[in-house]
Ligand binder design. Structure first.
Ligand SMILES: [Zn+2]
Length: 400
């Protein structure tokens, strides 16, 4: 999969990435401004943008504002001729989307994914969606970003272990690449969300970052100096398995008292069930996590608020540990639980700040994601766009 990248020398590739990143950040920008902001010489900017124009990655847009003299010609991404596909094989469904180079979603579809025969069924759906979209458009597709849960070998596109689908060592990236005849770049879903945050979300231009996701489990990703940290065997970011209670409940990982056993969806429900046994509440045994959040925000329900306080405390302690360990500029939190930010984030932030080291104020910002349900798909789009930035050979869908 890697050999689809790389017609540029490293230096040229780095400079092109700098230029494309400036265009992405600004939407449209003049050559003069690119030179000013990147430190590249005007001649280098002119030469490289000329190549990008010829390749069709960017186009000349309207003229910009002038401070005197001729108005500069603005450059922007070509949003009409090319597209990027993104797919997410989650534990319960498969999603497929196509976006332009500005990550505007122009096509989307999804199906529930049964556990039986899930490899074939997910590939069938993605292949069918790709074929259906391709029939209706002249857009050239540059690649597919693929999000998977569990451990993913990003170099080979292999799903090493996807616990909820029971996949082990499935070479899904290569299998899809052959079926679609398109470059496919696979990564773990939480890591893709992190890339999405850095390109389109609250962490734009942040190069040292920790991302924490709360859902049925608790996952995370670490970005150091602009790059996702993989770990020795692609196992980094298992934030949910940090021990927070040495004698706590058994976790699926075989350890006791992981933060995941204290603060994921199930933990919230278990806490609620035990609290309503001895305290009056508008919640019932059948209430879900979104009900708990709502009951705390809008009704100040004592049981709901107790669960939310626990949640905020455990996550705040975890975030503080991460801040002490990595000294990131920002910690970004996201969850699939509706209004999680309104209910949990104030307490989480307070707890983390309360525990910061007295002798060292790292001033780390703690923010909640705005990408919502599209976070993984947007991350997949960003990943392909990043590959395009690194090598324009992808622009024409070249696959070798
Ligand atoms: Zn664990």
């Amino acid at each position: 999969m890697k050999n689809s990248i790389g017609s540029f020398s490293r230096m040229k590739s780095t400079n092109i990435t700098l230029i494309l990143n400036k265009i992405r950040e600004h939407g449209s920008i003049s050559r003069v401004q690119i030179a000013k902001e990147t430190g590249l010489t005007p001649a280098t900017v002119t030469n490289l943008t000329s190549e990008l124009l010829t390749a069709g990655i960017i186009v000349e847009a309207d003229t910009g504002c002038s401070t005197g003299g001729r108005k500069p010609i603005m450059l922007k991404f070509n949003t009409s001729d090319y597209g990027i596909c993104s797919a997410y094989i989650s534990p319960v469904k498969v999603e497929f989307a196509v976006a332009n180079f500005e990550a505007d979603i122009i096509y989307y579809n999804s199906i529930p994914l049964p556990k039986e025969n899930s490899v074939e069924k997910s590939m069938e759906f993605i292949e069918k969606q790709y074929a259906e979209y391709s029939r209706t458009t002249n857009r050239k597709i540059s690649g597919l970003g693929l999000g998977l849960h569990g451990i993913v070998d990003t170099d080979s596109g292999i799903s090493v272990f996807a616990p909820n689908l029971d996949w082990r060592n499935v070479p899904i990236g290569n299998m899809l690449q052959e079926r679609l005849n398109l470059p496919v770049f696979a990564d773990n879903d939480v890591r893709l969300m992190t890339i999405g945050e850095m390109w389109y979300g609250v962490a734009k231009n942040v190069s040292d970052l920790v991302f924490v996701y709360i859902g049925s489990g608790i996952g995370g990703a670490i970005v150091i100096n602009g790059n996702l940290y993989n770990g020795f065997k692609n196992g980094s970011g298992e934030i949910g398995h940090c021990t927070i209670d040495t004698d706590g409940d058994m976790c699926s990982c075989g350890n006791r008292g992981c933060v995941q056993t204290k603060a994921n969806r199930n933990a919230m429900l278990n806490a609620m069930k035990s609290y309503i046994a001895d305290e009056a509440s508008i919640l019932s045994q059948d209430s879900g996590c979104a009900d708990i959040v709502r009951a705390c925000i809008y009704n100040s329900d004592p049981v709901a608020c107790r669960v939310i306080n626990d949640e905020a405390r455990y996550l705040g302690i975890t975030v503080n540990n991460l801040i002490n360990m990595f000294n990131p500029k920002m910690v970004v939190v996201n969850s699939d639980i509706k209004d999680f930010d309104k209910a949990v984030m104030p307490g989480l932030t307070e707890e983390a700040k309360k525990r910061k080291m007295k002798f060292f104020d790292s001033s780390t910002e703690i923010k909640y994601s705005h990408l919502g349900e599209m976070a993984v798909l947007k991350g997949g789009i960003a990943m392909v766009l990043k590959k395009i930035c690194e090598s324009t050979s992808l622009i024409n869908g070249q696959n070798s």
